[in-house]
Design a protein around this ligand. Sequence first.
Ligand code: KG4
Ligand code: ZN
Length: 343
Amino acid sequence: MLLLAIETSCDETSVAILRGGCLLANAVSSQVKLHEKYGGVVPELASREHLRNLMPVARQALGQAGVTSDELDAVAATRGPGLPGALLVGLRAAQGLAFALSKPFIGIHHHEAHLYSPWIGGEPLSLSLDKFQPNVSLIVSGGHTMLVHVAAPLEHRVLGGTVDDAAGECFDKVAKLIGLPYPGGPELDRLASEGDDTSHNFPRPMLRDDSHDFSFSGLKTSVRYFIRDNPNVLEDGQRLRDLCAGVQAAIVEVLVAKTIRAAKKLGERCVTASGGVTCNSGLRAALGVACEREGFVLRLANPTLCTDNAAMVGMVAHLRLANGGETTSPDAEIVPGWKLADI
Ligand code: KG4
Ligand code: ZN
């Protein structure tokens, strides 16, 4: 089966081509530069940029894969959650293509795509579900922080999520407070790697809370107060790096401790992690240490597949179609507030 998948839920325009579940091409055009001067994603600009970029990105993916659109057997796109205007561009393009080719269309949940991305591996890349183990999965993106129990492929249950800011949002908002360009997560990570993470003791919100929920807005506020009371910290390179290390340590400790606790509670011995924040070097290292201590298997999404991409959308589309999953109507609407718990 030759499948084309589109991802346009936020600020990355991406098109992937898969044959028999193996990745032939994954073209991604990021809008980071466009939104940088506004300090965050501007939804209207994001939609227009997707409109501008989608066809060139699709041509690039088809060219890299060495196929033409009339050879396709199925078309997939992210249907939600995400920015409404951005989702519309990818969904309608995919539905139009499927309609014109008289081929099936399937709408994919963006977080389900992240959820299985740690299983993408091998050469050529495909879902290595022969190695699948029931697991507890941490999804940490710009807008979401979630713990999910995956009992079997396509069988998952949401355990908890953030009650306010997501971990990625916290990284980005703190980065903004200290004057780093958007999205600040990667730069904060770089500065933190040269800082002393024991020099601050920022709050670890909901660390001891028995639920599987998260909250990061209190941490952001305490960093804001710290900077208000110690403005010189921004002028001193080493103190700034220590501040970044202290913030990152607080976020990472909460994410790791709650993930490990959830796995123990559910009796699972495998942990996976995905989403943009899974690029964070501190999080990757700390999950590695904690899983080794507990004797757990750890599967982290490849850094190139942590941020938004159509490859992960195509992988879930292939998995669903190969397992006799339902296709989606070419008239189906976007679902901007789609909950993972509802699929
Ligand atoms: O999954 P993603 O590409 O987009 C959403 O679906 O939201 O995640 C983007 C988020 C941003 O908040 C960005 O700052 C964060 O991932 N991020 C990082 C790192 N790389 C990306 N946060 C911390 N450290 C990083 N190295
Ligand atoms: Zn995402």
